[in-house]
Design a protein around this ligand. Structure first.
Ligand code: ATP
Length: 270
């Protein structure tokens, strides 16, 4: 394999810009984002509300076409959903007419995985996200946080090479959030898939990530790329480490600045 081929194993945002035109006006969400996720890297994106974090993820999973620039995965331009990519959305994306087991097995079903194998995998993922015993329930019989865990299990069950997660833990209580975060890291340590993870939670971003992209207020650019540099696997007491505190303080100060700029922004045509 040549060096060029090795180097192209990444998810790249190349001069990405996104402007939305709608009947309510024109909104320049993302101005210029150039950044990439290397093989086996866990990257978090943080930034003020409305700066374009979800937009970035939607472009990476092929749901949105950028107005400028391009997203490439391992050298191929993203033009639509890909088999090696899974997304966990902010909002409930469970299939309400299916049981928990069939929801989690759904991604494998589309990939035509044999029934016994997919159900076995789905059961393992259900256990992992703490939903054992709820296999036959329908999403309507679960809490919002439990439904989100179903969506996470469904994405993980497909062993995606690229996992895109848009505030996946937002609906979970603090305890479950930390538990699932640690489980996600365990899986990631085994699979070393590439993860792009959107969160508002600074501590979560530091704990989970190799790298954090801090986005500016809209129209956004990546204001800073921060290498976390904490040991892996994360030892107990990671949150008390001097490096953790240093990153936390630094991130807080940037986010505060960018959030202040966000206040008062409307659409560009307003
Ligand atoms: N389909 C759309 N049409 C018009 N404007 C849109 C559309 N989708 C997003 N936007 C605008 O683009 C900007 C970025 O939205 P996006 O959801 O990506 O932000 P975000 O950083 O994920 O926000 P939050 O942290 O609040 O979830 C916002 O100003 C939003 O109003």
């Amino acid at each position: 394999m040549t060096t060029t081929q090795v180097e192209s194993k990444n998810v790249s945002f190349d001069g990405i810009g996104m402007t939305f035109d709608s009947d309510t006006g024109r909104t320049e969400a993302v101005r210029n984002v150039t950044a990439s996720i290397a093989e086996g890297q866990f990257v978090s994106v943080i930034g003020p509300s409305g700066c374009g974090k979800s937009t970035l993820l939607d472009m990476a999973c092929g749901l949105l076409v950028p107005s400028r620039g391009r997203v490439t995965i391992d050298g191929e331009i993203v033009t639509g959903p890909r088999k090696d990519t899974a997304m966990v959305f902010q909002e409930d994306s469970t299939l309400h007419w299916r049981s928990v087991l069939d929801n989690v097995a759904f991604g494998l079903e589309i990939k035509h995985v044999d029934k016994d194998e997919r159900l076995e995998k789905a059961r393992a993922m259900i256990q992992l996200v703490g939903l054992k015993g709820f296999e036959k329930h329908r999403p309507g019989q679960l809490s919002g946080g439990m439904r989100q865990r179903v969506a996470i299990a469904r994405a993980l069950a497909t062993d995606p090479r690229i996992l895109l997660m848009d505030e996946p833990f937002g609906a979970l209580d603090q305890q479950t959030r930390q538990f699932i975060g640690r489980e996600l890291l365990k899986i990631w340590e085994q699979t070393h898939n590439r993860v792009l993870f959107v969160t508002h939670d600074i501590q979560e971003a530091i704990y989970l990530s190799d790298q954090i992209w801090v986005m500016s207020a809209r129209p956004s650019v990546v204001r800073e790329v921060i290498d976390v540099g904490l040991p892996r696997p994360r030892p107990s007491g990671t949150h008390a480490m001097a490096r953790f505190k240093e990153l936390e303080d630094h991130l807080w100060s940037i986010i505060k600045e960018e959030a202040a700029k966000t206040l008062g922004h409307g659409t560009d045509a307003a």
